[in-house]
Design a binder for this molecule. Sequence first.
Ligand code: GLY
Length: 342
Amino acid sequence: MIDRRGFMMASLAGPALAATASPALAAPAPAALTLPCVISTWDFGIAANQAAWAVLSKGGRALDAVEAGARIPEADLKNHSVGRAGYPDRDGHVTLDASIMDEKGNCGAVAGMEHIAHPISVARRVMERTPHVLLVGDGATQFAMEQGFPHETLLNAESEAAWREWLKTAKYRPVANSEVGTYGHGGAAAPLGVPGGKSNHDTIGMLALDAHGDISGACTTSGMAWKLHGRVGDSPIIGAGLYVDNEVGGATSTGVGEEVIRNCGSFLVVELMRQGRSPQAACEEAVGRILKRKPDAKDLQVGFLAINKRGEVGAWAIQSGFSYALCDGHKQDGLLASGSAT
Ligand code: GLY
């Protein structure tokens, strides 16, 4: 654990460290937060953390905090990888995935849900008001409407224009797994940059520890742009995109969900922490497992973010460019660059 000054310096030095990171170098110094605290993926996590902090700073529950936080990017009309303004699948459907998990191990999720702007809140209703964990597709939408969520057209003009532009050159061909790095959500056919990269990063994953030391997590995304209709990524899969255990800590992921699902990524990170690894070492091992099993995954992006019960934070990604936002009583708008394996 580094001290407060070390954290502040790491905040400033993070981007430079990440830019020069290599597998042989030690990871950037991980942050240690004081309780209550909240962390989340990407730069848009800063605004999400503020909403979560409004709950945590008043002594509120971590579960309420992560739901409130995740709703911020879900509502952001400029965010095309989460929520109502998410880019559609190749057929023009905006389909949303989300999961939520609390300190008791309760969890809920929705996948491939259309027409409902706040999947994280529907996921919470699944957790609290049904005997189930995961609702998908039309069933998820039906449940959300029964719960009073408004049925809306989510595809906005900007997202539709981007999709129509993609259609001009995409030839609508299915995405083979081996092509994921160059087609489907990146590459020449879809000018969004590297999948999971800066201009096509996806998913807010959020982890909070409240003043009682209880942990909860949330994860929400519109998934990969131009995905096959029906494709579901890691975000709504408990143990893949999100996992928390109140004895240990929590983890969440971003990037190409297929690689995270194959390796039960977030569950793996939490189990490694249970065995004594720091959050940083656990995230690095999880990325290493992906690359060991499939070396070609070096061309994709996957990032893990984790926190243990002491407020120690870790993050690691396949490629540089992954950032994460931190918030506690000392600093509410921290942003660090993750180190990376390549
Ligand atoms: N990580 C989000 C997705 O793959 O859909």
